[in-house]
Design a protein around this ligand. Sequence first.
Ligand code: ATP
Ligand code: MG
Length: 520
Amino acid sequence: MISYQLRQREYLLQISRAMTARLDLPSLLGLILTSAADMVRGEAGVIALRSGESSTTLTIRASYGIPQTLLPRFAPLLSGFPVDAAEYAIPDLQVRLSKVVQSIRLPLHQVIALPLTFEERLLGVIYLFRSGGVEFSTNDRSVLVSFGDQAAIAVRNAQLYQQVSAEKQQLDAVIQNSANGIMILDPSLRIRAFNRALSRITGWPPEQAIGRPCYQVLALDEVVGKDICASDRAEVAFEGDEPAVAEGTLTRPGGARATVSVTYTPLYDETGQLSDVIANVTDITRFREAEEMKTTFVSVVSHELKTPVSLIKGYASTLAREDAQWDMATLREGLQVIGDEADRLNGLINNLLDASRIQAGAFHIERGDVSLPRLAEKVVESFRTQTTMHRFSLDFPPDYPCVVGDEERLRQVFNNLLSNAIKYAPQGGEIRVGGWVEADNVVAYVADQGIGIPQDEQGQLFQRFHRVDSSLRRSTQGAGLGLYLCNSIIEAHGGRIWLRSEPGKGTTVFFALPLENDPQ
Ligand code: ATP
Ligand code: MG
């Protein structure tokens, strides 16, 4: 008997060590249960843990020697547990057991219940059963009680560990799925974590970015503010726990550029040492572009509006001078300028209104049959009177079919293209307007022999307010809306517009319209 008790103590010690090393809750519960059963020669057992922090019922989390299907029948042993019971005695244990035994037909007549308590709160209960014979002794009970204290600590640790791991997983998921770019840096500014959004912004795959110094991945130019990544020592770069903010431009591995705003937040440990830096990165490229667009808009529009207004004002006040006698020719010329400038103002205002309608998605197309050759001819006629330096020619095949479209809008397209052809061929030359027929669409073009457009500018001309920077641009008037409107009109017809140009030789702008024009 003595040696049995000794063995029990020895075993208890071993088990305690094994238990504290185990953090995986299911496997820990398995170990506790089999060890407890071993120690007191229990033939079966269950461990039930409290279902929630403030729940009064328990849930079976591990069992031993009992078929799984019978576990629900142990319910009488699992309910009615107050939350904070230091010394736990389960009332009516025998009565509860006999209810269970009746329903499961297993010969489990002896029961011993061991509460697992931690800081005066009940975590759960271990039940051990024997089929009969010797009752559980006081020695069994005392061995189990000291075992129970150890087991409770191990269970509490494993539960906390599980909780912390779940919280960490949750946090990782939040960081990973955040729409903002986020990275976590260690105090030496190496990247510890790097989320998907940041990978999209920087073009760096997370597995390549993690472990690198952050200045390699987030290398900003044109920095405004305080770029912590570029500093030598993070600890001295921050002012207390104030976040630092920087804006700048980064170049992706492929060469594309993006403007970003970065907020660095320092985290300190309990001794006041910098432990992590969290960097929140937002792509503000579009925002910057929109800002620039707004500035351009204001300067272009004010310039373009001011010129005709001051001409009109100048001529009007000159002609109205009381001390001057104007001959008929001067008067006519002055009124002609006033009329032309008023037309120009009107044209510009209409273009601006159209551009804002397009922006607001309220741009409508009326549909009818349109003959592009006839329309082109009419527009060319109206331009002939405006220039003596340019020759015009029309070149459409005779079987060129009608298209379904909005005649007024398509007139606007020819108007804009011809006005550009004249404006950007100040030396004169030939302007050809023509077209051809393809399988499913018709193509029309306006070609000039003017200054042409540099290759790298060609892609952007269809954007609002975009004008090629050249000396001619500064001397010609224009808001940079003509091609934007043409593009929007052609797209609204289900078509496509593009250009071919060689600096010094000339430019041809083409557009294609579908022949089977489904209303959209
Ligand atoms: P707006 O048409 O609003 O009066 P704009 O003519 O400057 O002003 P767009 O017609 O949109 O604006 O043209 C944009 C820019 O593209 C022009 O400023 C010019 O630099 C360039 N461009 C357009 N057409 C030609 C052309 N035929 N030859 C050379 N450059 C051109
Ligand atoms: Mg134009």
